[in-house]
Design a protein around this ligand. Structure first.
Ligand code: APR
Length: 262
């Protein structure tokens, strides 16, 4: 597919954003790439380099949580160190800030993020569902209660929930782990209300996350893709912004705000 002219696509996208009554966004690792956090796919991603993690990660946790905790700490120092360090040092970029501004301007109603890095919140976004969890939080896998990592204190290994004695783990959703019910429910609700969807920095190949734009599209919503590369959803998008999100989103914000005022 030939590179669409950016300015023409930006005008179409900005009009969709300005006219939408319930714009939501599905966000992926590409949004945080300009904050120094590697993506997973797309040629130079983590999974391209190290291979995808085993799909039975969660089952291994359930089978022996104490051993899992010990391994996790060891693994972090072996492989995940770079990734964890990149997230620790990352700051929100212009793309995160533009999305927070879109929300403050009343143009963006909700963000469904696949990112676990907490950068949306650090940029000022509030209406967020973290479908793959948040690495700065802990969660009880039984009752679903969450804590800020620093507020959860336990000297038990594996740590247990003070309310229900359930197993507690990092809030990040592991491969093979079911998406927490509250997050899933929230995604469905917003997808069913949306009349427009921004697809930002996602390869749109991981489910159920990639399903939500399709649910909205089937109900008549218009899709806008912000991604230097094509994805399986490109063909059903009304506008394609083939640029890094840190460049495209601030321009989309400015133009959409102008049109919304007009
Ligand atoms: N701006 C916008 N998009 C970008 C940028 C950028 N600066 N750089 C790369 N991209 C795009 C790539 O072209 C690719 O389509 O971001 C996408 C990143 O895709 P993935 O690495 O597959 O990330 P994501 O879609 O979030 O993956 C979904 O898979 O491995 C799991 O749990 C992990 O949440 C993750 C999920």
């Amino acid at each position: 597919m030939a590179q669409p002219d950016f300015d023409g696509q930006l005008e179409i996208a900005a009009r969709i954003v300005a006219e939408a009554s319930y714009l939501i966004a599905l966000v992926g690792a590409g949004l945080s790439k300009e904050s120094g956090i590697p993506t997973f796919r797309g040629g130079d991603g983590l999974w391209d380099k190290f291979g995808e993690p085993p799909m039975n990660d969660y089952q291994r946790f359930l089978d022996d949580p104490a051993n899992w905790w010990a391994e996790r700490l060891a693994q972090q120092s072996a492989r995940g160190g770079d990734f964890a360090r990149a997230i620790d040092e990352a700051q929100p970029n212009a793309g995160h800030v533009a999305m927070a501004e879109l929300e403050r301007a009343g143009l963006l109603k909700h963000i469904i993020t696949q990112n676990i890095d907490n950068l949306h919140q650090e940029a000022g976004s509030e209406a967020i569902t973290e479908i793959h969890g948040n690495r700065t939080k802990m969660r009880c896998i039984n009752c679903g209660r969450r804590w800020k990592r620093e507020e959860f204190v336990s000297d038990e290994v594996p740590p247990k929930c003070p309310d229900c004695q359930g197993l507690v783990k990092n809030d990040t959703v592991m491969f093979g782990e079911p998406i927490p019910q509250d997050a899933l429910q929230s995604c469905f609700e917003h997808a069913q209300r949306a009349d427009a969807v921004l697809l930002v920095g996602t390869s749109a190949v991981v489910y159920p996350a990639a399903e939500f734009p399709v649910i909205a599209y089937r109900r008549g919503a218009r899709l806008i893709e912000v991604n230097p590369q094509e994805t399986p959803l490109s063909d059903v998008c009304s506008a394609l912004l083939r640029a890094p999100s840190g460049e495209a989103l601030p321009r989309l914000l400015d133009r959409a705000r102008e049109l919304a005022k007009a």
